[in-house]
Design a protein around this ligand. Sequence first.
Ligand code: ATP
Ligand code: MG
Length: 254
Amino acid sequence: SSLVPENHPRRESLLLRERLTESMREGSVVPQGLIAHGRGECFDYLLGERTNDFAMKSINASAALLLISSHPVISVNGNMAALTARELVKLSKEIKAPLEVNLFYRNHEREVKIERTLKEAGAEEVLGVGNDASATIPELFSERRRVSPRGILVADTVFLAMEDGDRTEALTRIGKKVIAVDLNPLSRTSLKASITIVDNVIRVVPLLIKRIEELKGKGKDELVQIVNSFDNRKNLREALQFMSERLNQLALSL
Ligand code: ATP
Ligand code: MG
């Protein structure tokens, strides 16, 4: 029932837009989520819409960190649920990390819709819905600071995507390790996270699951070593340099 022509050169991208606008009509994605997606699309264009070396390095470090974390939690917002619910559920089962609905624009109706999307995708339990989001993160205001006392509050590592910079910073300030998927290497989230994966969340989650499966048999020392040898600043620098060199080459090829 899609209106996107089969042979359209940007079909994939248009299909994602349809999925998000449909989720907005249904109420799980907010209009601001569409703007955030558009900003992401622009950076994805600059990256060549593929997973580059620096992103693979971040995915490798993230897989190791998730495997050595004692309480990893997957934070889910409206865009994530609309784009990659099934894979997030798979990731959650793979590392035994709960899924927690965590919304910048929180309201009960949206929470329930996102919970339903995750359950339809196979999730058994979803944290952070209604009264479960009864704990608060210091230094954040109003509804933005509510989290589950069984989830993000007690997590040592939080996996998130398309997150706001203030909240990422608040999480790191209270001692959480944050793995952030963000197409913009210059966002505050990218700069504040412990590990930033500069890539599209839709490509990242399946690759992360695959890498976790590969690293699962490794000893703890080796995993710790992978995490410790990762340098997020250096990785962000590589992402920016990649974009800059790519733009330069494109300019020369015109
Ligand atoms: P910050 O608050 O961290 O400074 P921002 O205000 O520029 O960032 P937000 O709207 O708060 O942006 O966060 C959304 C982020 O998610 C943007 O950086 C955007 O590039 C990124 N993004 C959008 N869609 C995707 C996607 N599909 N995969 C990964 N990242 C995405
Ligand atoms: Mg922001």
